[in-house]
Design a protein around this ligand. Structure first.
Ligand code: NOJ
Length: 518
């Protein structure tokens, strides 16, 4: 056990809409999550990261918050939240909640008050409003484009001013040069800390501070959320001052609570700046989300994360999937090959030094659902680009819990908010539970073995073949074969602790990983 739980935890992301639906309305809820805590305890995870469950018009699946201190009625009420938190804690599972400080919903009282107030008023100062140029009323104040497509500026209903929204027009950006915004979020932090949460995942943690004067970006103003570079609205140095005021707040509370940043930066070095000792505890490393399945790219990402995070004394934070990216089974080619590679990559992550995030359903081997009809898609990026960006609904389809039933056990009744593919019957918890070799049992076993074999470092060993690597993490020896050909692995150990795909005659098949006892 390391000194701090969050330095080597396995943290499971629950996407509330799609995890478990207790009331049968087709959408997940907090009581559904509570009822499945035993499942998470059996999986062996240390903590849950819960995506937004706050009051919200759900224009961006809850990342458009209209009241930071209330639960959306679709998910329950504050009593349900408290009960769920208590059940998680009783099971020894911590809970990290999502905080969305870059923007509010346009239905938030502040934005409504801003629209009702005059240009230049204190109410408008909490957001980024700019006058419309009467000589050129159609041209926004700068060339910034919304991450979800189209301009990042929309005109107020009276047409007199523009307001900034890096995401959907229903998500106006807050002005972090405004003292009230700081005070409000400090108060929101305390509200949830007082309720007992174990930390916060900070949404768009690199986005709150904008360059003075809101200058044009280079090019046509289009910046991708995923794999972005520095921009006048992303990864500005001033954002670090916010975290230096938040860190002392969280440290006032007992229980070793944490902040984890969603910070897309152009390098591991820039990302590690968020992890200086007086700032945040973790920052997702998305390099492996972006890396093709291959030894060279993976080793590069691993080395740079380890080196940069060591420089600031922070744990590495490994991620393969989340609610914004294509599920890794599908990224790696789908079908049997994609699943085998996904299991190998997961086994690799679980043997690296640091923290591992697991996205709900990956423990079942779920694939991205690619063929959702346009009419059921909800992601604003799909609609704002007329389908040019396919959007993120395909990784958000409700989990299959049972082989049968209207929503494969997701809820007691009602169609799920997104339809599940018919073949998810075989990927349901019921179909995999207790079945030797199933992906669910593989995850359970891998997480259990990891608990007794915590990595203390990483030393590369001689490569077993082309497009394959091996390392000693201080507790076990891991070999990962990214190629399609088997590689001999007998030289790395005698006793196999775990394989993602069984060895054949002392050889590790293509797209597989093995752990040997040291
Ligand atoms: C990142 C979140 O993960 C994503 O789902 C959301 O759409 C944007 N931030 C905007 O809040």
């Amino acid at each position: 056990m390391s000194e701090h739980w969050w330095r080597d935890a396995v943290i499971y992301q629950v996407y509330p809409r799609s995890f478990a639906d207790a009331n049968g309305d087709g959408m997940g809820d907090l009581e559904g999550i509570r009822s499945r805590i035993p499942y998470l305890a059996k999986l062996g995870v240390d903590a849950i990261w819960l995506s937004p469950f706050y009051a919200s018009p759900q224009k961006d699946a809850g990342y458009d918050v209209s009241d930071y201190r209330a639960i959306d009625p679709r998910f329950g009420g504050l009593e349900d939240f408290d009960r769920m938190l208590e059940t998680a804690h009783e099971a020894g599972i911590r809970l990290i909640v999502d905080l969305v400080p870059n923007h509010t919903s346009s239905e938030h009282v502040w934005f409504q008050a801003a629209l009702a107030a005059a240009p230049g008023s204190p109410e408008r100062e909490r957001y980024h409003f700019r006058d419309v140029d009467p000589a050129d009323p159609q041209t926004p104040p700068n060339n910034w484009q919304s991450i979800f497509g189209g301009p990042a500026w929309t005109r107020t209903p009276d047409g007199a001013q523009w307001y900034l929204h890096l995401f959907d027009s229903s998500q106006p950006d807050l002005n972090w040069d405004n003292a009230e915004v700081h005070e409000e979020f400090e108060s929101v932090l305390r509200f949830w800390l007082d309720r007992g949460v174990d930390g916060f995942r900070i949404d768009v943690a690199h986005g709150m501070v904008k360059a003075p004067g809101l200058p044009d970006t280079g090019g046509d103003g289009t910046i991708e959320m995923i794999g972005t570079t520095q921009a006048p609205f992303f990864d500005q140095d001033g954002v670090h001052d916010i975290y230096r005021t938040w860190r002392p707040i969280i440290e006032e509370y007992e229980g070793d609570r944490i902040f984890v940043a969603e910070a897309w930066t152009d390098s591991a070095e820039r990302r590690s700046l968020y992890l200086r000792p007086d700032e945040l505890h973790q920052a997702f490393n998305f390099d492996l989300v972006l890396a093709p399945f291959g030894a060279v790219d993976f080793r590069k990402a691993i080395d740079s994360e380890i080196a940069n995070n060591a420089g600031v004394g922070a744990p590495c934070t490994w991620v393969l999937s989340n609610h914004d990216v294509q599920r890794h089974v599908t990224r790696y080619g789908g079908g049997e090959t994609g699943l085998a590679r996904a299991r190998a990559a997961t086994q690799l992550l679980l043997s690296l030094p640091g923290v591992v995030y697991v996205y709900q359903g990956e423990e079942l081997g779920l694939n991205e659902v690619l063929d959702l009809p346009a009419e059921v898609r909800e992601d604003p990026s799909f609609h704002r680009t007329n389908g040019e960006q396919i959007g993120r609904d395909g990784c958000r389809v409700p989990l299959p819990w049972t082989r049968e039933g209207v929503s494969l056990g997701f809820g007691p009744a009602g169609e799920p908010w997104l339809p599940q593919p018919a073949d998810w019957t075989d990927l349901s918890v019921e179909a995999e539970d207790g079945v030797e070799g199933s992906t669910l049992e593989f995850y359970r076993k891998a997480i259990a073995i990891r608990k007794g074999h915590k990595a203390t470092g990483l030393t590369w060993l001689a490569d077993p073949g082309d497009d394959a690597f091996a390392f000693d993490n201080g507790a076990l020896v891991a070999v990962v074969n990214f190629s399609d050909e088997p590689v001999p692995v007998e030289a790395y150990g005698e006793e196999v602790l775990l394989t993602s795909t069984p060895l054949v005659d002392g050889e590790l098949p293509g797209g597989a990983a093995v752990w040997f006892k040291k």
